[in-house]
Design a protein around this ligand. Sequence first.
Ligand code: BGP
Length: 466
Amino acid sequence: MSINNIFPKNFWWGAATSGPQSEGDFNKKNKSVFDYWYEVEPEAFFDNVGPKVASNFYNSYKEDIAMISEIGLNSLRTSIQWTRLIKDFETAEVDEDGVKFYNNVIDEIIKKGMIPIINLHHFDLPVELYEKYGGWESKHVVDLFVKFAKVAFDLYSDRVKYWTTFNEPIVVVEGQYLYEFHYPKVVDGKKAMQVLYNLNLASAKAIKAFRDGGYNKDDGKIGIILNLTPAYPRDKNNEEDLKASKIADDFFNNSFLDPSVKGEFPKNLVKLLEEEKVIWESTEEELEIIKNNTIDFLGVNYYQPRRVKAKEYEFDYSRGWMPDKYFDNYEMPGRRMNPYRGWEIYPEAIYDIAINVRDNYNNIPWYISENGMGVEGEEKYINSEGYIEDDYRIEFIKEHLVNLHKAIEEGANCFGYHMWTPIDCWSWSNAYKNRYGFIAVDLNTQKKTIKKSGKWIKEVSKNNGF
Ligand code: BGP
């Protein structure tokens, strides 16, 4: 077999999941906003399935990690649930069962020869902190997050060398404060911008705590996971379209990428928010913290591009100011879609992201921390041997990897590729509608079976390419 795409030495072949999407709420003493949302509005979740059982990782982590290592992965990301590790959020007093559980998970990952990457926040704010303080609207919550982060570093950084502060923080801004797809479904542009700022501050403060505490001494590194959705203009020769795409990029990508890598918010964004009188409250001291505590490495989640055009109609202020004042979404004719998720498939964007990071973000070390394809009704692809033949997923991965490989050959500093997700897991309000895993879960029995893509990735990992 000839291998056309060889990846750099020690490349991470892995996959990502999160605490709230895999563990289930077994023995958890506190509730996240998702646990709570399911309690009060179960019909908001596909087939009324909530996060209670998820993929049962709390109970089956040993078997699950064994399966994940069986498909040849050398690295695995999950997250620590704030609501599992911490009993009292103000004092950061731990819950002993949570401490033990994450100890076991981390030890097991390492025992199986994989690198653990541990994330601290995957949309799962404790609901108590929303009720008391308005969640991420509050700087007190920022400080409570830092306390939680310190506890996690203290407990696990002897074994965990790769930490990330947040997964897709812009989704918190979009889902909770602009576009109503996550509880509490507030629509408030000004609050949204304060939350955006506070999340950046929380990340920087956690990074500071990591370095001040010396958790980086023994090769420990800390980063952030951002979902980058490059904004492509309808017509790149049309100035208005181009302007619209630049503003969309500033809002949805650079608003976290710039502070995380360069320590500063994009100047044009700040100017625009000042003019609109929706700029966040900040202090000199906080901005210094953001400036001085940038990331060691970047995780990029890439699923879909964003296509925009100049505004066609005057902006409707009925719900107050919104970023959408400056652009309209553009449905490009002929675009390739994943119909189950409603996301465009455009593998070339991985190359564009890589070149952007190379040229405009100091070529910082980074990896693809999520990429994947959610498909509904995969049981129809089960073959006579009893496993899912997901050739569409293999094709999807190959196309993305070819683009990544090309960028690496041109100097992109990418050290890994992680799929969303190792084992089919619970996906927020889509619950178990679309499946993403290398390994399937039968929800009735919790039986797990390796898909064809799982067998395929094992070869890719073994050969360090394909
Ligand atoms: C990313 C999230 C994951 C995961 C994935 C799939 O944005 O980080 O948590 O859910 O998307 O998307 P979805 O679950 O919405 O189909």
